[in-house]
Write a protein that binds this ligand. Structure first.
Ligand code: HEM
Length: 248
């Protein structure tokens, strides 16, 4: 008991921080790796499958991929919260510093992505999988399945877009933002306000709240994954330039 009590400060200082970070990277690459597989490999490949092969893969392969995907997202969130809880330099005025603004930006994007996984992609994909399993078992196709697939796709593409600035600001927290010194409440408010508004507009567009879910128009950047990647880098560049301008 005495040994345990004596070793707690060491575990807290070193073990808690490094174990949380290790879990965070492992879970993060599981989640985002499968996100990129869905967007860059599976969706374009399935488009060229015939209906029978697509149903077979949707019924038997997609559920496994989605299991690792959503629980990877869950563990990424929990381990991220664990880093916040264990890391001592996050106390006090940390969130008023440029690194604090950087991690707030990364977490803002990651939380929206987490909600897309659990509250948009997974519920809609469950309907797509149920339909494929039903058709394979000889049942009638569900006419609503295509619309569910479309909603899941828009959220998935939007998560691909968000992942690009999100990962920059996750990593920038300890490896870029500490080189920045100036920070006032006005600058922090302006930067985070702009990030919240742009992220909200992109998310509402993904949910179909800003004029539906049809391809083209305001959602053209989600039609092809290549354009989504370009949009992700444009959004990241905008935030990095603003970060430089506000906190240099
Ligand atoms: C879901 C919500 C998330 C939360 C609450 C969260 C929280 C955190 C925290 C607190 C840090 C430590 C920052 C520092 O001190 O340097 C961090 C770092 C990091 N996170 Fe996240 N994170 C989340 C999602 C993600 C996702 C989805 C990824 C994707 C792979 C990710 C990848 C990283 C990386 C690469 C670092 C950099 C660590 C370093 O450079 O030392 N995080 N995150």
């Amino acid at each position: 008991m005495h040994v345990l009590a004596a070793s707690w400060p060491l575990f807290h200082r070193v073990g808690g921080v490094i174990l949380s970070r290790w879990a965070h990277f492992l879970a993060g690459i599981t989640w985002i790796g499968i996100l990129y597989y869905f967007n860059f490999v599976q969706v374009p490949s399935f488009a060229g499958f015939d209906a029978g092969a697509r149903n077979e893969a949707t019924a038997k392969l997609v559920p496994r991929a989605l299991w690792w995907f959503r629980w990877g997202a869950m563990l990424t969130l929990l381990s991220g919260i664990s880093i916040l809880a264990f890391q001592d330099n996050f106390k006090g005025d940390y969130f008023k510093t440029p690194p604090g603004v950087s991690i707030s930006t990364g977490i803002l994007l990651a939380l929206v992505m987490f909600c897309n996984v659990w509250f948009v992609i997974w519920p809609n994909q469950k309907k797509v999988i149920a339909n494929a399993q039903n058709v394979l078992a000889g049942g009638e196709a569900d006419p609503a399945a295509a619309a569910s697939g479309r909603r899941a796709l828009l959220a998935s593409r939007t998560n691909t877009l968000f992942s690009i600035p999100m990962l920059f600001f996750m990593a920038a927290t300890s490896h870029f933002a500490p080189f920045h010194t100036s920070s006032t409440s006005g600058k922090r408010g302006a930067f985070l306000g702009i990030a919240v508004v742009i992220t909200a507009i992109l998310e509402l567009n993904a949910l179909g709240v800003l004029g539906g879910v049809q391809p083209g128009g305001a959602r053209a950047y989600l039609d092809q994954h290549k354009n989504t990647i370009i949009a992700g880098f444009v959004y990241a560049a905008l935030l990095i330039i603003l970060f430089e301008a506000f906190f240099s």
